[in-house]
Design a protein around this ligand. Sequence first.
Ligand SMILES: [Zn+2]
Ligand SMILES: [Zn+2]
Length: 329
Amino acid sequence: MIDAAMTTGSAGSMKDTIFNYLPPAMIAAVLCFWAYGPTALLNHEATLAVMSALITISVLLLEQVHERHAGWRMNRQEFVTDLFYSILSATVIAWVSRKIGDDPLVAAKASLGITTQWAMRMPWLAQVALVVFLIEFGQYWMHRLMHNVTPFWLTHAPHHHLTQLNAAKGAVGNPIELVLISLSIVALFDLQTTAIFAAINVLGVISTFAHANVRSDPPIFYSYVFTTIRHHSLHHSTDYQSTRCNYGNSLIFLDRIFGTYREGEAELVGQDERRRLSIWEQTIFPFEPLIARYRARKGSAETGGDSSAPAKAAVERPVPESVESPVTA
Ligand SMILES: [Zn+2]
Ligand SMILES: [Zn+2]
């Protein structure tokens, strides 16, 4: 009896240990693929998108094997929503961010005659690290901006309205936010394409695990530098103060440097009494104050100046706390 219990216990802890090491192991696998993979695959234009999808799918499968919270379990409604945003991110969002971000930077770089051949001569792994840092440094400050300035908050708030976390949730949010958060200055540097793609997939592994419903708590050598589900679930917490920390999408080290790091974890996630938004509500969310004002004005014109009823309705509409009073971090 005791032996059986001990066996179960050690099997459980063995499973925990294996899962705790999965995020660093997956990063190593991604790096090995882009460093030593078959040239035909590395040069194929679809490989990056396929790798990104495989990362999300494999972590979604891990959720089935070692779940973190039953309340975050995938259901049909969440799956359809997540699938929509995954496809949107890989197509429309990627295209728009290339058109308004990367292409103008490449053109400006060419017309100004800027060259950064020194970057190309760096060791391959250092190039990967540079891309990871450039993307994350931009995202960290963009994320803080979104939590502190109302128009930007209105684009980011839908992501905080998520009522559960899973491996695909990193891609769920208002389309304007998804474009803003994907902008970077990487296009200004001359770097090996495989190093850029490896960095994108490494960030994909970290941020996917940081949203995932997987019982995996990586060792300190990982969690000191990279964001984990513990850090990011706290950022998604229902209480306002807890959302004002741990802004690093993948590099929690930036929060440690800039004083926004906080230890902790949350199971209950959401915004405004955990109101779940539909895809349409997420899309129009930034424009809701304008729509409410327009309706109030229209109601006022129709009632000949008595605007009390529609105005009251507009005021009673739930507004995120930080929209009412943006606070500097
Ligand atoms: Zn946030
Ligand atoms: Zn998130």
